[in-house]
Ligand binder design. Structure first.
Ligand code: NAD
Length: 497
């Protein structure tokens, strides 16, 4: 199968201009950049190349909206109703958003619609519904005092997101930030800016007041840094690489000590013991999770540790699944593996595959670019056997469809190897022994440990990492912690009784 360009349905009329103060806005200096589809290399539209002046404009707008209390001062139940309408708007435009996402970043259309659009809408609805059900506190003070512990929106929230799940990553941050009453300036990735711009328009259509939710597309150093360094941004919430995440914390410190929250990279270990309750399920999860979204998932279980006694049987079953994941036209509804986001990322993935071979791992599946005739960016599903933990492909995040298989013989050493990473985002454990499951899950230094499954998920649970996988948590009620300040109001009670 090829990514046949003639199969592309009529395209939506893309508008790549920023959304500031409720209006579509060209960059102040008129600069644009091309938005190129990794499906077939076509230019989708030109996008505002925002810089310092545009960020200043958006932040001033967000500040004015916040101070006006049009949104921040609204009763939580009123904000809830608008957030729910916002989620409804997303679902009403599901086909358009899914097509845009697929063309912009290359993921299969069935997941763009079934996963990305639905998850983004669900997230926005969930935080909307939550916000009028969260109570504040009264402290157990002496009787002479009444101490109210209340939560207030932090103010202007800057948000910077990556390209792998453009709508979901944006929703995980804008939903709790907006529901809590903040104003937002969002900078989407330059590799996938289009759906974020549409989200801002759909928010306006739902009734979120102009200026409350602004989107400034552009490059990281040109539009992202001014946001992270801005003296009038109260909080910066970032998802992306650990390299840039570290810079975000520095920029927060260099400027106004804004609250900085970072969701960063991962190199997640997935440990399959010989007493795994269902080998077929473990294989399907290991293979399906690393190849889902072309491997461009921060929580992908990219280091697979299989107990030596079942390794050959496991690998045989894994290899039998590989043909199902051959890349194909992302616009075809049956496709399960689409295009890598751009040529830079594709070349990076191929470079890591070359490193795996040169450092002595055994390539047992894939390893090559695919569908070159399409003009798009595709890589075969790739599996390396005989990987050791010190190899580059076991240490560094590849962010592509590349699985490293390692074997082990004892529990203590596999836990030690699993934890021997700068990252600590997620991990998996497969065993029928409940004691081993709990013991290993406790010993693993990761924000989420999956037991006898991988990748099951829900908006109700926190998402984030230990170590250099970042600071803070997205999703669940815990996310409100990032976008609210805790205030104590101590009232003296001089009571005659
Ligand atoms: P990236 O760090 O290159 O870019 C992320 C965002 O930061 C983009 O919008 C980019 O324009 C911006 N940026 C880049 N340089 C900047 C700078 N100097 N100042 C301010 N902003 C800047 O990451 P990416 O390649 O877009 O995304 C892939 C990374 O994201 C992977 O490491 C992946 O693990 C991580 N990720 C993490 C999670 C999570 O929840 N932990 C989720 C998704 C992706």
């Amino acid at each position: 199968m090829t990514a046949d360009a003639s199969a592309i349905p009529p395209l939506p009329a893309f508008d790549g201009r920023a959304v500031i103060n409720g209006h579509r806005t060209a960059a102040i200096d008129g600069q644009t950049f091309d938005c190129i589809s990794p499906v077939d290399g076509r230019v989708l539209t030109s996008v505002s190349r925002c810089g310092q002046a545009d960020v200043d404009h958006a932040v001033a707008t967000a500040r004015a909206a916040f101070d006006s209390r049009r949104w921040s001062g609204m009763a939580p139940a009123a904000r809830k109703r608008i957030m729910i309408k916002f989620a409804d708007q997303i679902l009403a435009h599901a086909d358009e958003l899914a097509l845009t996402e697929t063309l912009d970043m290359g993921k299969p259309i069935q997941y763009a619609k079934g996963v990305d659009v639905n998850s983004a809408a669900n997230c926005i609805r969930w935080y909307g519904e939550a916000v009028d059900k969260v109570y504040d506190e009264i402290a157990p003070t002496p009787r002479t005092g009444l101490a109210l512990i209340t939560r207030e929106p932090v103010g202007v929230v800057g948000i910077i997101v990556p390209w792998n799940y453009p709508m979901i990553m944006a929703a995980w941050k804008i939903a709790p930030a907006l529901a809590a009453g903040n104003s937002v300036v969002l900078k989407p990735s330059e590799k996938s800016p289009l759906t974020a711009l549409r989200l801002a328009e759909l928010a306006l259509a739902a009734g979120i007041p102009p200026g409350v939710f602004n989107v400034v597309p552009g490059y990281g150093p040109e539009a992202g840094s001014p946001l992270a360094l801005h003296m009038d941004v109260d909080c910066i919430a970032f998802t992306g690489s650990t390299r840039v995440g570290k810079q975000i914390h520095v920029m927060a410190g260099q400027s106004n000590l804004k609250r900085a929250w970072t969701e960063l990279g991962g190199k997640s270990p997935n440990i399959v013991f010989a007493d795994c309750p269902n080998l077929d399920k473990a294989v399907a999860a290991a293979v399906g999770s690393i190849f889902f979204n072309q491997g461009e998932s921060c929580n992908a279980p990219s280091r697979l540790f299989v107990e030596e006694s079942i390794k050959d049987a496991f690998l045989e079953k894994a290899l039998a699944m590989v043909p199902k994941f051959q890349p194909a036209n992302p616009l075809d509804k049956s496709t399960v593996m689409g295009a890598i986001v751009d040529k830079v990322q594709m070349d990076n993935v191929l470079r890591y595959i070359g490193l795996g071979e040169s450092e002595g791992a055994t390539l047992v599946a894939g390893g090559k670019q695919a569908l070159t005739e399409t003009g798009g960016c595709y890589v075969q599903p790739t599996i390396f056997d005989g990987v050791t933990n010190h190899m580059t492909i076991a240490r560094e995040e590849i962010f592509g469809p590349v699985l490293s298989v390692l074997s082990f013989t004892d529990t203590a050493s596999v836990v030690e190897q699993a934890n021997a990473s700068i990252y600590g985002l997620q991990a998996g454990v497969w065993t029928s022994d409940i004691n081993k499951a709990h013991g290993v899950a406790r010993a693993l230094r990761a924000g989420t440990v999956h037991v006898n499954q991988y990748d099951e998920d829900d908006i109700t649970v926190p998402f984030g990492g230990f170590k250099q996988s970042g600071v803070g948590r997205d999703k669940s009620l815990h996310a409100f912690d990032k976008y609210t300040e805790v205030k104590t109001t101590w009232i003296r009670i001089d009571s005659p009784v």
